[in-house]
Design a protein around this ligand. Sequence first.
Ligand code: AMP
Length: 221
Amino acid sequence: MKLILLGPPGAGKGTQAKRLAEELALPHISTGDILRQNVKDGSLLGKEAKDYMDKGLLVPDDLVARMLKKRMDSEDVKKGFILDGYPRTINQAKTLEEILKEKKVNIDFVFYLDTSDAVIIQRLTGRLVCSSCGANFHATNMPPKKAGICDKCGATLFQRTDDKEETVRKRIEVYKKEVASLVEYYKNLNKLRCLSADKEAGLVLNEIVKFVRAGNDSIKV
Ligand code: AMP
């Protein structure tokens, strides 16, 4: 099964992708996570990407494409994947198509997680991330048991630099500029399934899993 999760920052793509990856035993590929790891490691790619990321802008296509190609060559991806954060533009959708064509595989479904601006801002500006295991918390929606400390591994929590309100607004603006054509692109390929992601994460996950397992068209756009 090869799935793409599409949606604005804060739609819960990361949360859904992680849970789906467990549920369907597939690798979760997040271009944002790979980029953040590169920034943390101080790699050349990380150094080139950091400034764009801090400003809420897209990292140039060629950098992200090289990074994605490398990840797609890994052995574990042969059984399928859940792609989160890529593609973000038509250009990237075409790059992805080329990568997959070489491997003679196709995307099965693209899930569009529709989310309102108010929900996005509330979710992202309150998000807290573990500096060690990457687990996500939220200052009010899902607070850790002990303030500033990860429930899972005990490491410290931090706010992503691009989760400051001003940067979140910029990210929404960047996203909206590109998404309409991307939605149209996958709709025309008859791959798009649209659902509301304003609701609680567990309910959204159930809808996706139900769809993937049953293969029905009940939430088709
Ligand atoms: P995310 O974790 O998906 O919200 O991504 C965080 C940041 O990483 C974005 O705001 C971009 O700066 C960068 N990024 C992630 N994925 C991509 C992509 N497909 N194309 C360009 N930049 C990306």
